[in-house]
Design a protein around this ligand. Structure first.
Ligand code: DQA
Length: 143
């Protein structure tokens, strides 16, 4: 069975509690469950991991190489700072789609720049949890 990896970075374990006016009332578990349901209907499987640690996220990306059709990745604030995550994505052949729940371009200027965008196949921002689904569809509808 083809597999997708859903990877969430720092503070996204706080979804539902964290700034609900920006990130909504649903939890990370809600997100992961609804993503599993969606991909199942396309005959795919989905693994989901979240970490607050940059090094763990790097390890998940390395380990994903050859195992997944694609990675749906919200790197949280590391998006704006992490050359190491960018290099991790460059070091594997599995394609990555960058997702942000909020429209980062409408927010503080430090959120406007992404370190990882140049090495991702696409970026989806500002559609809430739906952005993750759009990313999954982008991978699955390529078939
Ligand atoms: C975020 C946007 C980032 O700027 C922020 O640091 C996050 C969440 C989003 O999903 O909108 O943690 O990636």
């Amino acid at each position: 069975m083809k597999q997708l990896l859903l990877l969430n970075g720092p503070n996204l374990n706080r979804l539902g509690k964290r700034e609900p006016d920006i990130y909504g009332a649903e939890t990370l578990a809600d997100l992961e469950n609804s993503m599993k349901e969606l991909v199942k209907s396309f005959g795919y499987g989905l693994d989901a991991f979240q970490s607050n640690e940059e090094g763990k996220l790097i390890d998940y990306i390395h380990e994903a190489d050859g195992q997944y059709e694609g990675i749906i990745f919200n790197a949280g604030a590391y998006t704006h700072t992490s050359i190491a995550l960018r290099d991790a994505i460059s070091s594997v052949s599995v394609p990555v789609i960058e997702v942000h729940i909020s429209n980062v371009h409408q927010r503080e200027s430090f959120r406007h720049h992404s370190m990882i965008s140049p090495v991702c196949i696409g970026q989806i921002v500002g559609f809430g949890f739906k952005g993750y689904k759009l990313a999954a569809l982008a991978f699955m509808e390529q078939d």
